[in-house]
Design a protein around this ligand. Structure first.
Ligand SMILES: NC(=O)c1ccc[n+]([C@@H]2O[C@H](COP(=O)([O-])OP(=O)(O)OC[C@H]3O[C@@H](n4cnc5c(N)ncnc54)[C@H](O)[C@@H]3O)[C@@H](O)[C@H]2O)c1
Length: 114
């Protein structure tokens, strides 16, 4: 890897949490956002609220590295990320940005296949 990227992941469910932890493992700076404050608190405390072998260990490594954190603030992600992945499940196929981020234009948005 030649460059550490600043990555935002919108929606930290099964897909988003796994993606966020994986990107952190690769050396990137990652902030995960969810509208569910309880989920954000759980993940910030290193607790994975679903079963995925190896993910709790990856999450712990990411949190302790200081390169992975979680937030409920879109303003935080807007200030902290150049590339944004949408994993919220509220995809608008005609949009180029997540629907909840109308006032913010990240450099690149990645959308999962639905
Ligand atoms: N899980 C998979 O293997 C998989 C594979 C391919 C595609 N996808 C797609 O990826 C997306 C996410 O899947 P998942 O399995 O992680 O779902 P999930 O339900 O586990 O997670 C979705 C998360 O998004 C959050 N969320 C909802 N609305 C939001 C918003 N407006 N802003 C921020 N966060 C919001 C929810 O609170 C939840 O934590 C879906 O569109 C799904 O179809 C998932």
């Amino acid at each position: 890897m030649t460059e550490s990227l600043r990555v935002g992941v919108i929606g930290t469910g099964y897909l988003g949490t796994t993606h966020a932890a994986g990107m952190t493992e690769m050396g990137h700076q990652v902030v995960g956002l969810d509208v569910d404050a309880e989920k954000v608190a759980q993940l910030s405390a290193g607790q994975v609220p679903f079963f995925e072998p190896g993910l709790p260990e990856m999450l712990a490594r990411g949190l302790s590295s200081g390169r992975l954190r979680f937030t409920t603030s879109f303003a935080d992600v807007a200030a902290s990320a150049d590339i944004t992945s949408s994993a919220s499940g509220r995809r608008n196929r005609s949009a180029t940005t997540p629907p909840t981020c109308a006032s913010w234009t990240p450099r690149l948005v990645l959308l999962p296949p639905n």
